[in-house]
Design a binder for this molecule. Structure first.
Ligand code: ATP
Length: 303
């Protein structure tokens, strides 16, 4: 049985449809990512899974239970970190964790969580004195303090610097290795590629793709990108006529060509035949970023 099952979820805020039709299942032990541009309906979807919003249509089940009707039974088993967790300004980090731990029968050790999330030296700091990144880490700790079977994490690493982000990924992998199933919302392609076993790409309230990051990349995007400079102005048709080439773009003095695996050979030999010298040639593999643009028509960080 899937741990989370969302079936034809539909949710409106008055006339505004936030989620048209979203279906997905999350299996035990997975890290499942929801990716999508701003306003795609990601938060609304996970809020319905967390029982914080009532769907207008479709169904949600978590550990075989209804997130609204069975809220009391799920509270012990599901940890939720949402975008803006509001705590009283004066509560101290250690106090907040002790308090939340007291709500659960079998909580995690607050001291260990503070160590793992780099909050040890903020133990006695008041919430309002924390930086954005520290508040973020505290909200992750609060989602995990009940030793949940399922963790729902919205914008897990927004506001964290690159090092803190990598530390958080390691922590989340450790949590998953301990048997917790994780549903997370992210804007960061790198995060999805590194962390998620499967990803649902949501755009305008609908799932436009659902697969492992590697499968999304190989299915949706051209496999390679070449960047180089040329000695003379380039007639793009020389390259766009090649069957291996998908796109040719100019970015400043650089030419950027995308296409399939055998493109490098085809492009360089065509240019050589026309006595065009290539400099600063770089070959890059496609990433989930490319797949995302292909699937949604937006860059992941478009706002
Ligand atoms: N409480 C609300 N009242 C009215 N409209 C809302 C509310 N919450 C969200 N919306 C609208 O519903 C749509 C989906 O919002 P949602 O927050 O679920 O998207 P999202 O993909 O999580 O976006 P973001 O990445 O910006 O957080 C948006 O158009 C948003 O403006």
């Amino acid at each position: 049985m899937p741990v989370i099952e969302v079936t034809n979820l539909h949710k409106r805020y008055r006339e505004q449809v936030a989620v048209h039709d979203v279906s997905l299942t999350v299996e035990a032990g997975e890290i499942f990512g929801i990716l999508g541009p701003n306003g795609a309906g990601k938060t609304t979807t996970v809020e319905c899974v967390a029982g914080l919003r009532v769907p207008d249509g479709g169904g949600v089940s978590v550990l075989g239970l209804d997130p609204r009707r069975d809220a009391d039974r799920l509270r012990e088993r599901v940890g939720v970190q949402l975008q803006e967790s509001q705590l009283p300004d004066r509560i101290r980090v250690g106090e907040a964790l002790e308090l939340y731990a007291s709500f659960y029968r079998d909580p995690a050790d607050p001291e260990r969580l503070m160590d793992e999330l780099g909050l040890r030296d903020k133990r006695d700091a008041a919430y309002k004195k924390l930086s954005g990144g520290q508040k973020q880490r505290l909200s992750i700790a609060l989602a995990l303090v009940g030793n949940p079977e399922v963790a729902i994490l919205d914008e897990l690493t927004t506001g964290l610097d690159p090092q803190a982000r990598r530390d958080t990924w390691r922590l989340i992998e450790g949590v998953r290795d301990g048997g917790v199933t994780i549903l997370l919302v992210t804007h960061f392609m790198e995060e999805a590629e590194r962390l998620c076993d499967r990803v649902a790409v949501i755009d305008a309230g609908r799932v436009v793709a659902l697969d492992s990051p590697a499968a999304l990349v190989s299915r949706a995007a051209p496999r390679q990108r070449l960047r180089f400079r040329v000695s003379v102005p380039l007639d793009d048709r020389l390259l766009t006529d090649l069957p291996e080439v998908v796109t040719v773009e100019h970015r400043g003095s650089q030419v950027v060509v995308t296409g399939g695996d055998s493109m490098l050979q085809a492009v360089t030999s065509t240019l050589a035949r026309h006595q065009i010298t290539v400099a600063d040639l770089r070959v890059e593999q496609s990433t989930l970023d490319d797949a995302f643009v292909e699937l949604t028509g937006h860059r992941p960080d478009d706002h």
